[in-house]
Design a protein around this ligand. Structure first.
Ligand code: GLY
Ligand code: MN
Ligand code: MN
Length: 435
């Protein structure tokens, strides 16, 4: 597995921070599920990007002065008794070498040490507003310095959002990050193929969800990047459907939107296929429009084009297709202008992808759609959803939901589809399912 250079990530951030500043990034905290049971722990993506450290109960501090730039960690102390219950802790002593940082302390010391670390610092960068408890702690530390100004120390004078620096950095992926994302996409692609091979009318949606998780776990990747969507029949029209508990019927289309994480990096793939292995004429007609829209969108992903170009291309193909099939009537340009496609296509054609499935990074710069650069990764995911109660169209179209989603890397010369291993043409899907 590719190794992320976390030191380099910190180095770049420190370079971009203003002089005499501190950046504070807390780890994620454990969330209670019910009584003594907790949700599986997932490290905060910003914290992980800068440390690679996967424990809870920790805070990272990056400090830049004219004298030196340094990274300090507050983490849980070693505790033999607690480690019997909750597992190994790295502890501050071992953390310095393991994470290649300049100092580490027990998390118990943070209230006492934070004012010292912020003394004579001008600017505090944090993810303000993310976690009110931490905001409060940082502000209290600043207040404690203010009480001591008569001793000659100065308190920070500005509080800046860390997002513009850190999230712009995260938007452009390194070769190691691309390699992990490619591995995630390849693994998830194989899982989607498994689902197509295994499905039979009469199965329940959660069985396919289970197959996908099983396949990824058997490759060593236990965590989903998000809750899997397995929607059969009209459930495919529910954009964030996660009940996954319906029985699959003969004649249904099944929409699966699922992807695993590889070392915290996400994949996000959707395929839609017929439960019985054969698309009906209506399913085929709508599917081909979505597929053509996706090809048109992917074609637009290249350096120099802007983020909304794929969406605009997809809208043209979808609106044109819906007119040809009689689901919309009028001039294509006018229908797009009036957003007449919205009852059938109500989401955007993609989003950034990275450590988070809906990854960080601005979509617009000074009000203008941002221009693609090599190293960005995004999804291309057009769809058509005809609700069961959509009375404006003939009954034969109702209850059909289709989305096709791939993960696309912007390269120097164009793009690379990281999730290309899973088939998406009608012929290729029907051939795979009949094999
Ligand atoms: N799986 C979430 C999305 O496609 O955006
Ligand atoms: Mn997506
Ligand atoms: Mn998705």
């Amino acid at each position: 597995m590719a190794t992320i250079d976390f030191s380099q990530n910190r180095h770049t951030l420190l370079q971009n921070m203003v002089m005499d500043s501190v950046a504070i990034i807390p780890a994620a905290s454990l969330k209670v599920r019910n009584r003594d049971a907790e949700f599986p722990f997932r490290q905060d993506s910003d914290f992980f990007y800068l440390s690679g450290f996967t424990e809870d109960g920790a805070v990272l501090v990056l400090r830049k002065t004219a004298e030196k730039s340094e990274t300090l960690l507050f983490c849980q102390s070693k505790d033999k008794e607690m480690e019997i219950w909750t597992g190994f802790r790295l502890g501050p002593d071992a953390a310095v070498d393991a994470l290649q940082i300049q100092g580490a302390f027990s998390i118990q010391e943070i209230d006492q040490k934070l004012p010292t670390l912020l003394a004579d610092i001008q600017c505090v960068y944090a993810l303000w507003g993310n976690d009110k408890e931490w905001d409060q702690k940082f502000i209290q530390a600043i207040e404690r310095i203010k009480l001591k100004v008569r001793t000659g120390i100065t308190a920070p004078t500005s509080m800046l959002a860390l997002e513009p620096l850190l999230h712009e950095q995260r938007l452009i992926k390194s070769s190691a990050e691309i390699s992990l994302m490619s591995q995630a996409a390849k693994t998830s692609a194989q899982a989607h193929i498994k689902a197509m091979e295994l499905v039979k009318p009469g199965m329940f949606e959660y069985m396919l969800e289970g197959e996908i998780r099983h396949h990824c776990a058997m490759q060593g990747f236990r965590f989903d990047a998000y809750s899997s969507i397995v929607g059969s029949g009209e459930n495919a029209c529910i954009l964030h459907y996660t009940h996954n508990d319906a029985q699959i019927k003969d004649g249904d289309l099944i929409l699966i939107d699922a992807g695993c994480e590889v070392n915290h990096y996400a994949s996000d793939i959707t395929r839609t296929f017929p439960a019985n292995g054969k698309f009906s004429p209506q399913q085929k007609a709508l599917y081909q429009i979505v597929l053509d829209a996706q090809y048109a969108a992917i074609e637009q992903i290249k350096p120099g084009n802007h983020f909304n170009d794929p969406h605009e291309a997809a809208l043209k193909v979808i609106t044109q297709g819906l007119v040809e099939l009689g689901l919309l009537t009028g001039e294509v340009d006018e229908l797009i202008e009036k957003e007449a496609y919205k009852p059938f296509y109500m989401h955007k054609t993609g989003h950034w992808l990275g450590l988070d499935v809906h990854d960080v990074g601005a979509y617009k710069i000074k009000g203008e759609w941002r221009v693609f650069e090599a190293g960005m990764v995004l999804t291309a995911e057009p769809g058509i959803y005809v609700a069961v109660d959509e009375e404006s169209v003939d009954k034969k179209w109702r209850g059909i939901g289709i989305r096709i989603e791939d993960d696309v890397l912007v390269t120097n010369t164009g793009h690379e589809v990281l999730s290309k291993d899973v088939p998406k043409s009608i012929d290729a899907i029907e051939a795979l399912m009949s094999a």
